[in-house]
Design a protein around this ligand. Structure first.
Ligand code: ZN
Length: 294
């Protein structure tokens, strides 16, 4: 009964008034504006940039959780991948604190996206190549590791000047048979031996020949951004070394499951393959052909 004493009431009323006042001042700002999603509408297979003025540790989209990292600019940033297989629609992206409480929410619209089909002609001995369990484990470990230090900076540089033979996301057929696979990177034209550049600074995590991927280099650029370069004739970096943007990491080849010299490269954002052409500006070989004809 002590608590019902008359004397304890005024401070309580004051406290509740103060709380109401503070809530009124801060509530509108805490909504969408302290954390933003850019762009707010995206096709499938692209990257969305997350930015918060408040210390958000993670962000969640339909059960996919990515980390945000404090930047030198004083804000928190992260990269949210939208996979080719995601379902179009409008969804909330929730920004969470270290303890899992929701700090803010923003809306993302994933647009319906049509990917064309493409047939690839492969010699029987090339088509028969398969990845070993060990190779798959090496690739999975690379994709799943998210490192804290940001080595990369905008803008990225193209690894090769060549035009795009095959874009990201196309449904692949091998010798006319559906594979159920989509093209997880892009193919760029390049003569055998053309130097291949690191698209951004980072740490070399894989340097080895693979059965299907051929001569491969994989780079961790930090804070969820990774790239991988395949089918190379010669590898020019050592495992564990730091590379700068524009360093020559290898040379164009046709090793692994390839029907001629080209570079296939991949961008992983928090383990999900996304469209590299959102990150670097490249011409399609179709467009280049049309321009030449004029
Ligand atoms: Zn390819």
């Amino acid at each position: 009964m002590k608590r019902r004493k008359q004397s304890s009431r005024p401070p309580r009323i004051l406290a509740s008034l103060l709380a109401t006042l503070l809530a009124a001042i801060f509530a509108p700002a805490v909504s969408a504006q302290q954390c933003t999603v850019k762009p707010a509408s995206t096709p499938l297979g692209q990257t969305v940039r997350l930015r918060c003025e408040i210390p958000a540790a993670t962000a969640r989209l339909n059960g996919r959780t990515v980390r945000l990292f404090k930047q030198e600019s004083g804000d928190w940033q992260g990269l949210m991948p939208v996979a080719v297989a995601d379902t179009p629609g409008t969804y909330p992206i929730e920004f969470l604190a270290e303890d899992g409480t929701t700090l803010a929410s923003a809306s993302l619209t994933i647009r319906k996206t049509i990917f064309p089909s493409q047939n690839v002609t492969l010699a029987p001995q090339i088509e028969a190549l398969h990845s070993t369990t060990e190779e798959m484990q090496t690739l999975t470990a690379f994709r799943d590791s998210i490192s804290d230090i940001k080595y990369w900076q905008d803008p990225l540089v193209a690894p090769l000047p060549g035009c795009v033979i095959s874009p990201f996301g196309v449904k692949r057929l091998h010798n006319g048979k559906a594979t159920g696979e989509f093209h997880m990177g892009i193919d760029q034209r390049g003569a055998e031996g053309t130097p291949i550049l690191a698209v951004a600074a980072g740490v070399v995590k894989i340097v080895q020949p693979f059965n299907v991927l051929g001569g491969t280099v994989a780079i961790d650029h930090g804070q969820g951004l990774e790239t991988m370069y395949l089918h190379m004739s010669k590898l020019n970096v050592e495992l564990g070394t730091h590379v700068n943007k524009g360093d020559v990491i290898g040379y164009v080849g046709a090793t692994g499951r390839a029907n001629g010299p080209h570079l296939h490269w991949v961008v992983y954002v928090n383990g999900v393959p996304v469209n590299p052409q959102q990150w670097v500006t490249l011409k399609s070989c179709e467009a280049a052909k049309k321009t030449k004809k004029k």
